[in-house]
Structure formats: structure tokens, C-alpha cells
Design a protein around this ligand. Sequence first.
Ligand SMILES: [Zn+2]
Length: 347
Amino acid sequence: MTEHLRCPACYAHPLQSGEAGLSCAACKRTFPIDPSLGIVQFLAPEEAGSSKGNIQAWWGDLYRQLYEPTDRALTRESFAAKLALTEDLFRMRQMLPVVEMPLADLAGKQVLEIGPGGGAHSCLFAKYGAKVTALDITPPRAASTNRKLKLVGDGSGQAYQGDGENLPFRDAIFDIVYSNGVLHHSENTKRCLAEVFRVLKPGGKAVLMLYARHSAIFWCNIVPRGLFSGEMFRWPQAEWIGRVTEGKPKFGQTKNPYTRVYSEVELRRELHSFKIASLRKSSFQWDNFAIPRLTQFRNWVLKRMGHKAHPGGELVYGAPFVAETGRELSLGNYIGFAWNIVAEKAQ
Ligand SMILES: [Zn+2]
């Protein structure tokens, strides 16, 4: 499936495919297959300390925290069972991959996922017959997605390591570009969105989740923590929000470099090239407030009410996950942290 690809350096295509990887006849650059990871690397691992190096370091750390333990022992059968549970959890949580993605209509569609993380979303689309391509800037995440794509359907799904700001794909080749909670962590989200637009076919759809500024998490958790830690006064907005979101490093020192949040006005401005077909807010839980031990308290209360942690969380959050209650889901429409977006490229 190399016909989708173009050289990220000189934009020539096609690329030549060989034993050791891909090469560009025009500029003579090579894009090797990393033998330990089994994937083509379009963006070589960057130096720690550079923006993209920090992104790779932080998201690689989180990969080791969340996905590596599960990844070690997957077989085709055990993965199919886990993926079915994850799909069930996505439905309970009314999430982007099952609400905005047209699963019943994916067969034969060319789908690109940017930032597949552990690969569960890409594999769900492959299960429904989509022709899946995935691209992640973090090498072990791209490799993890690639391994899992080989365990689903006809195994033709393909993941690459590369940069969302400079996609190694030709213009106008995907029916759907999907990216769930990823592009707001890029160094240059505007450039990523322009790239999404470029690789979509006319009439194609971007199905995106980006974080919402006017949400319980932002005003009642992120802002107070930014304020009391003093991070808010030391860094530009995307960087202090990054440092207080997504958790803490465990294997290295690098914190999450960037997180951006969008009001509806800001979102519509960023997506001005697209026609917004649908926009929905979701994702609120009672423990979104910055109060110590609130998560344990919520889980304790919900357990007493009969809500158990759902095992479908393992593939996407690294552990069973306590889904939202009906009240939380409906409040999520107003004060949730996720913008669920379908944005179309005109015919
Ligand atoms: Zn080239």
C-alpha cells in the first residue's frame, strides 16, 4: 500500500519500496524500517530537548505506562475479545469512534488515523472493513498499532511513524481522517489541520476530537492547578496546560509538552477551511474537579450503586474504566471536555 505515500522532504511520489524500507528517487532520501519496531520511520527520533523530541519522550513514557503491559501477550483471539469489550465501552461512553464514525459504512473506505496511540481505534475501523492507515510520531505507539492491525480482518492495515504536521501522504486520497484527542498536543495544531484538509478527498470527512475550553475540567481542575503550581505564570498557554494534563512521567523526566483547548468560536476559526457537519460536546465526570481523592470517592459511590469498572478500558486506558453515569453523560453535552467534530472538505 505504498501508492498513498509521498516523500515528506521533497513531496515526490511514488516512493520505492525495498527490503530495508522506502526511498525517494527524486531527493535520494531513505526512510528505513526500524528492525526492532518493524515500521517505516518518516521522522527519525528527535533529540530530547527539542519540541518534537519532547513529544516523543513524553508520549513514549505514557505508552510504557498504559499499553506495553497489555501489548506483550496479545494473540489474534485475545485481541478480538478485548477489542469487542472496548467497542462496548465506547458505546456506553457515547464516544467519537462509535457515534461520529460511520462504522456500518466503513467497508472499503480509505481511513487515516493520526495519533493512534495503542491502536484500538484504528483496529476497530479495520474490523468494520475500513482500509486503515495510521501515523504516530512516537515510535513505540506506531509499532504497537502496526502489530495490532495485523491481528484484525485481512491484516492489511498499516501504521507508520511520522509527523502530523508534515504527512507523508499524497493529496486527496483519504475518505476519512480520524484523530481523537491528538492534534491539540502538537507543536503546531494549525499546520496539522491544514494537512488533514490536504489529504482528504473532496467530499471527505475529518472526524476529530479536540479539547473544550468551557468545560468543568478546564475551569475547575486545569486552571486551579495551573494557578497554584505557578506553571501558569511561567509558560505560554499551551505549555502550562500541557504540564498539568495527561498525567506524570514515570520512566523519564519529560512532561507533556503541549495541550490546547478551544472555545466554539476558536474551534470554528481553526476549522475555517472545512464545513462543520456536526459538533457535540461530551466527557464529564464528577471527579473532574480538582479536589483530592475525588476519583476514589466517585468510584466508591458508583460501585455501591452497581456501576463496575468496565474491562474494555484496558486497551485504551491501560486498566478497567468506570464509565459515565446517565447524569454525567447528559451534563457532558454542556460542560464536557471533548469537542466531537465532523468537518467536511467541500466536493
Ligand atoms: Zn524526496
